[in-house]
Design a protein around this ligand. Structure first.
Ligand code: CFM
Length: 544
């Protein structure tokens, strides 16, 4: 049956909720919102960052994944040891295609290795600290790294191994930086808690240890850019051509040194607000570095980000170099847009990804005339949906309170506000939106559906109703979506594609999406349960 021209979102929402028991339906009802944008970008309230109800098939990951896999994983010269069963280490190892590029083959690069204590029953019963100590020693003897980080998995928390005591001892013994994270998978409602724990750990153990950062007139830090599919390489190239010095990136293509001198930047640019806003805030409070939200996904967003940096530094030469770089890049972009738009215009997309990409990638789709009809984050908070203006209204529940909130004040000797309060106000008036993030919903058209922590049932139902031309999600959803005849673009790993950031990345994205939405293959696909009269798989209850 062809999809109706424009499904009624209220009816769709009711349809999604009707299978749930009343209590769950009430909860999900607050997490599924029909968007409206009123005066001053007022959007409806959405419930977010709450526990997934057991029994629901969620797309979320765990706290350990957010800490080890997401924030620390992309750094090449820290030996990251997973203290836990081997699966935790293995499945958080390079699956999102975070790339790195050491300057020479002599430089440390541990990313091709997966380090784990490979906990066995014996450690679960008698404790794993001894094995962890031995693993740290072994890693040190083999690789002589500058730093070793240890990540606790669920069983570690359950049996009570103290990763901090072990890392403290080993730091003293080995004379290098060794630090641990209590990022057991169950510690928060999703990987978001892991981001926060990672941010805190970096701030306590790494940032600020070295005052000798790179020299430059326009020194920025990039926060929340993880070099998926080579995105950071594109951004680095743009900044270099503009004459902007990238002091450190958290954490795509990064090093421990760059983390240690992160406080020498004069401006921080936040890409993924969800995963790293804590570091941005702490760097400002302790060292006086202001931060702005940027987005290098999408052509106009990229140009805007570069211009914002130029505005901040207020230097005419820098501004003209930025304009020159944009002008160099635009002809190829416009040509690609024109070519692809002819085929993609008016087609629809749905994006259910993480905590920032469901927002950022809407820009790229809009640039080739595609409409986002529904979108949502897996684990973002209300501020990522509704904008940071709602921060004071967010209720802190027991799950969030479980995560340490560092109290950070000015550094006694190194606090140096890069701009005065008046200067910041002026920059704000010039469109810089210092410390601001407007969130996803104000930029989505009215009548679109916003769904937090989408369930598998809801995913399938939305696809049935809207029949989008492309569905953006991750590996867990990919094949179920494609079996429904809809192409699925992985926005976590980019499948085998990318980079998608900056101008060159946008061109890659336009072409990849053009190929996907134009491919007839999906419409020919018939899953076995539709083509066979016989059930393809039968099961019966073993226990009656
Ligand atoms: Fe930030 Fe990310 Fe994302 Fe994220 Fe992630 Fe990721 Fe993501 Mo996958 S840090 S919130 S925890 S932009 S791994 S690089 S793609 S879910 S939208």
């Amino acid at each position: 049956m062809p999809a109706p021209e424009k499904p009624d979102p209220a009816a769709v929402k009711a349809q999604l909720l009707k299978v749930y028991p009343p209590k769950l339906a009430r909860k999900r009802s607050e997490q599924i919102v029909i968007n409206t944008v009123g005066q001053d970008e007022a959007v409806p309230e959405i419930k977010a960052n709450v526990r997934t109800t057991p029994g629901i098939i969620t797309q979320r990951g765990c706290t350990y994944a957010g800490c080890k896999g997401v924030v620390l994983g992309p750094t090449r010269d820290i030996v990251n040891i997973t203290h836990g069963p081997i699966g935790c280490g293995f499945y958080s190892w390079l699956t999102r295609r975070n790339q790195t590029r050491p300057p020479t083959s002599e430089d440390d690069n541990f990313m091709p290795y997966c380090f784990s204590t490979d906990m066995q029953d014996e450690q679960i019963i008698f404790g794993g600290e001894k094995k962890l100590r031995a693993a740290i020693q072994e890693a040190f003897d083999l690789f002589h790294p500058k730093a070793i980080a240890v990540f606790a998995t669920c069983p570690v928390g359950l049996i009570g191994d103290d990763v901090h005591a072990v890392t403290r001892d080993m730091k003293e013994k080995l004379g290098i930086n060794v630090f641990g994270f209590s990022c057991e998978g169950y510690r928060g409602v999703s990987q978001s808690a892991g981001h926060h724990i990672a941010n805190n750990g970096l701030f306590k153990h790494v940032i600020g240890r070295n005052d000798e950062g790179p020299a430059g007139r326009f020194k920025v830090g990039m926060l929340g850019e993880y070099n998926i599919g080579g995105d950071a390489f594109v951004i680095e190239d743009l900044l270099t051509r503009c004459g902007i010095t990238l002091v450190s990136t958290f954490s795509g293509n990064s090093t421990i040194d760059a983390f240690e001198w992160a406080h020498t930047a004069d401006l921080n640019c936040v890409m993924c607000h969800r995963s790293i806003n804590y570091v941005a805030d702490m760097l400002e409070k302790r060292f006086g570095i202001p931060w702005i939200k940027v987005n290098f996904v999408g052509v106009s967003a990229t140009a805007k980000a570069l211009r914002k940096i130029a505005t901040y530094f207020g230097d005419a030469d820098l501004a003209s170099r930025v304009e020159a770089v944009i002008a160099e890049e635009m002809p190829a972009v416009l040509a690609a847009q024109a070519e692809v738009r002819a085929r993609c215009e008016g087609k629809t997309a749905m994006l259910f990804v993480g905590g920032s990409r469901a927002h950022h990638y809407q820009e790229l789709f809009a640039e080739i005339g595609m409409k986002t009809v529904a979108a949502g984050y897996e684990f973002a908070h209300r501020d990522d949906y509704e904008g940071r203006k709602v921060l004071p209204d967010i209720t802190i529940d027991a799950d969030s309170r479980n995560i340490e909130e560092l109290k950070v004040g000015p550094d006694e000797t190194r606090y140096a506000p890069r701009r005065t309060a008046e200067e910041l106000l002026k920059l704000d008036a010039n469109g810089l939106e210092v410390r601001g993030y407007r969130g996803m919903m104000p930029e989505m058209p009215p009548e679109t559906l916003v769904v937090d922590d989408i369930s598998h049932w809801e995913t399938e139902e939305l696809i049935r109703v809207y029949k989008p031309a492309v569905f953006c999600a991750g590996i867990k959803e990919k094949y179920a979506v494609q079996k429904m005849g809809v192409p699925c673009k992985q926005l976590h790993s980019y499948d085998y594609g990318g980079p998608y950031a900056g101008f060159k990345g946008a061109i890659n994205f336009y072409h990849d999406i053009d190929e996907m939405v134009g491919a007839k293959a999906w419409s020919y696909l018939r899953p076995p349960w539709e083509t066979s009269a016989q059930p393809t798989l039968e099961a019966e209850f073993v226990r009656k």
